[in-house]
Design a protein around this ligand. Sequence first.
Ligand code: ADP
Length: 253
Amino acid sequence: MKSDKKLIDENGKRLDGRGPDQLRNIKIEAGVLHRADGSCYLEWGGNKVIAAVYGPREAIPKHTQNPLKAIVKARYNMAAFSVDDRKRPGPDRRSQEISKVTSEALEKIVLTDQFPRAAIDVNIEVLDAEAGTRCAGLTAAGVALADAGIPMRDIPVACAAGKIGAENNDGMFSGGFVVLDLGKEEDNFGNADLPIAIAPRTNDIILLQMDGHLTFDEFEHALDLAMKGCQEISKLQKEALLRRYKSDVEVEE
Ligand code: ADP
């Protein structure tokens, strides 16, 4: 979307006061639901997301079963009340796309060959949306999967970087700043967004999407920023899981 709104000042300070390589505030809590096998509540800036994991359990209907491995079914849903104008409930093209890419990303990291014919269901509910919900959902799903004790190569984590600012009077984009973790206005009026998900131990990319235009150098810079963002968030995921299991141990003692 075009705008003459100034998203970043001469000193690299963004609308919400963040620097170019700063994340929004993130809070993660593991094990918030009692009936799911694993769960996570995550706040990321103005986003509020719950992930709930069920399984591994027999995949139904039977024709969906794979005799060699489990299927990972992520379902991303944005609540009607999660955005300013009430969103029409139910699946739409966008949520189907996010569910698909999330399922594919998680399937790369879960040790699916340990559970032939099974399904692992990952429900992602967005309660409040403020840009970056696919990354928030996948990050919460990673914690919920670990909380459910699902064997994985690593705990998946996601983060985006993008480009904001500088637009000429004739509407052509030029210049601009590559920044980490776009906020709502930056996403609406920015020039590009690059959400990625990785396996943080190896930096293997398990999801990469791009919206808008970046030069090759900008792309490399954005990818580097997003990778660093993922590493930072990965630490918060592990801390949340440690808090959860530490309190369990304390209760048992
Ligand atoms: P992501 O949430 O992963 O950044 P998008 O780039 O598609 O995915 O969406 C950006 C933001 O736009 C969302 O986080 C949300 O705040 C808003 N948005 C998405 N879909 C709708 C909708 N149907 N109605 C209102 N706002 C929406």
